[in-house]
Design a protein around this ligand. Structure first.
Ligand code: PLP
Length: 353
């Protein structure tokens, strides 16, 4: 299944001139076109690119009531020669299909997924910002669209992709609080999938944390509230002494592609790294011994988001100044340099379009 015929209905006049590329808010600016394909009669068909705009759905659509909705998030860049390229596109295609399987939705052939993104980016390539730290954010998603109120897997779906130019994202170091009552995910649940409902479920705990003066919730395991999972839309890394630790994926943690890339870079540099269950008590002990050097989140949007403090049951642990964070800062630079072609792409992560 390689020759997907994508019908292109392009806009007559680009709206790119209306956009201030030196001031791009995240997720509020959209390119000229979007991609749409329909699934019916058991197969994907009618692949098309059309002007970006509203879509209409049956009010009884499955995704609106029962949540058959999944998404991905990845980025495109221009390299030093101005050629567009996407970071680890095949990994995102694979994860999209794992999410689809978990939500009982049809998978998408990987080459079709990649083809759709590449064709869309080619058409809107002028929208890829080139300011340092900026990129073109790619949002593929799939929705169950049957207009039927029974709780049942949809027979029809829509696969949609749109693009957002995004500016440099220099997140302020975040203040975290461990979850004590709410859980994000449980083994056997849907935590490993990028399922829309997971994010709706995190809004109330996040609001409560914000009101108490914290930026994000550090999710703990759903059985004992003892083992650390992840935070927001990021996986977590800890630097204790000269060792780097990250919670092992166990079915309840999203398998981040940034996380996976960090593990590869750390191993390649001969830095000692462990993937295993991490109890909060271990972090507290390391802090008390003066061994806790860094905590950071890892995800597509920020690459690295440094943690300023972590509060657990009233104990606030303040972390060292950002300038002293060797590992997090090194990983962020390394990934950004690979993405923009400043250093050799030795792991073959960039796909030129
Ligand atoms: C997307 C996401 C991540 C990070 O994944 P990346 O592939 O690195 O962007 C981590 N946790 C959650 C819950 C996510 O949704």
């Amino acid at each position: 299944m390689s020759n997907f015929n994508i019908k292109i209905n392009s806009i007559s006049e680009s709206k790119i001139d209306q956009v201030d590329f030196s001031d791009l808010p995240f997720g509020k600016v959209f390119t000229d076109h979007m991609f749409v394909a329909d699934f019916f009669d058991g197969k994907w068909q009618q692949a098309r690119i059309l002007p970006f705009g509203n879509l209409s759905f049956h009010p009884a659509s499955n995704m609106m009531h029962y949540g058959q909705a999944i998404f991905e998030g990845m980025k495109a860049f221009k390299n030093q020669d101005g050629e567009p390229s996407v970071f680890r596109i095949e990994e995102h295609a694979k994860r999209f299909n794992l999410s689809a399987e978990r939500l009982c939705m049809p998978t998408i052939p990987e080459n079709f997924f990649c083809d759709a993104i590449e064709t869309l980016i080619k058409l809107d390539k002028n929208w890829i910002p080139t300011f340092e730290g900026s990129s073109l954010y790619i949002r593929p998603f799939m929705l169950g669209v049957d207009g039927y109120l029974g709780v049942k897997s949809s027979a029809t779906y829509q696969f949609i992709i749109f693009l957002c130019p995004v500016g440099p994202y220099y997140p302020k170091p975040v203040h975290l609080i461990t979850a004590e009552n709410f859980v994000r995910a449980v083994k056997g649940g849907v935590g490993e999938a990028k399922a829309a409902g997971n994010y709706a479920a995190s809004l109330l705990p996040m609001k409560i944390a914000n009101e108490a003066g914290y930026d994000q919730v550090m999710w703990m395991d759903a059985h004992e509230f003892k083992y650390i999972q992840e935070v927001g839309t990021m996986n977590l890394f800890f630097v204790i002494g000269d060792k780097v630790l990250t919670p092992a994926t166990d079915g309840a943690i999203l398998r981040g592609i940034t996380r996976k890339s960090f593990l590869t870079i750390l191993k390649d540099k001969g830095i000692s790294v462990e993937e295993r269950p991490i109890a909060i008590d271990e972090i507290i002990e390391a802090y008390d011994n003066g061994e806790l050097k860094e905590i950071f989140g890892a995800g597509t949007a920020a690459v690295v988001s440094h943690v300023a403090s972590l509060t657990h049951k009233g104990k606030k642990m303040e972390l060292p100044p950002i300038e002293d964070r060797k590992i997090g800062n090194m990983l962020k630079k390394e990934i950004n340099d690979i993405r923009t072609g400043l250093i050799e792409d030795k792991f073959n992560w960039m796909k030129k379009i």
